[in-house]
Design a protein around this ligand. Sequence first.
Ligand SMILES: Cc1cc2nc3c(=O)[nH]c(=O)nc-3n(C[C@H](O)[C@H](O)[C@H](O)COP(=O)(O)O)c2cc1C
Length: 171
Amino acid sequence: MKNTLYIIKARRSVRNFSSDKLAAADIAKVLEAGRWAPSGLNNQPWRFGVIENADVRSRIAAFTTYGSIIRRAAAIIVVCMDIADSYNRDKDLMAAGASIQNMLLEAQSLGIGTCWMGEILNKKKEVADILKLDKDLDLLAVIAMGYPAGKAQKGCRKALKDLLIKGTKSL
Ligand SMILES: Cc1cc2nc3c(=O)[nH]c(=O)nc-3n(C[C@H](O)[C@H](O)[C@H](O)COP(=O)(O)O)c2cc1C
């Protein structure tokens, strides 16, 4: 059993995928991880849409400069916020981010690669039209997923000392 920090540090954005389909049970586990994220007042404002169909993915891919990732993926998860269930946009966005990260980490633990895609938000309306999203659903992210092809990229992060706020405990 791998510990949480190991999974967190091993996760990398994956942009190349094999042509293998994902098992429905694994997709369900990823969504389950998203469902169990914390949220303010436990309002759970996130909504998820899973799209495997290559034609629909290709139409969505046309709206981001990173479209090839969506085309190569086995599936995408479209993450929206339900405005009708939102009580504070800042908090609801943070909760949705937690839900997304939960899904990335569960996917990692299942050997599934993911890429959190945000650039596509420049074309929210166009994507919403393709998916015929209800007007209360605000697109927040697309997660591309599939089995990784090729070697994982090396990760890099700022040093912890550069992230600590002056005057607080140094570690
Ligand atoms: C909010 C957000 C938006 C992102 N948007 C994109 C994107 O549109 N295209 C892409 O290829 N990667 C996107 N990424 C992935 C980042 O580039 C990646 O997480 C970062 O470079 C760190 O690399 P790592 O995920 O491999 O650790 C996004 C990540 C986040 C959290």
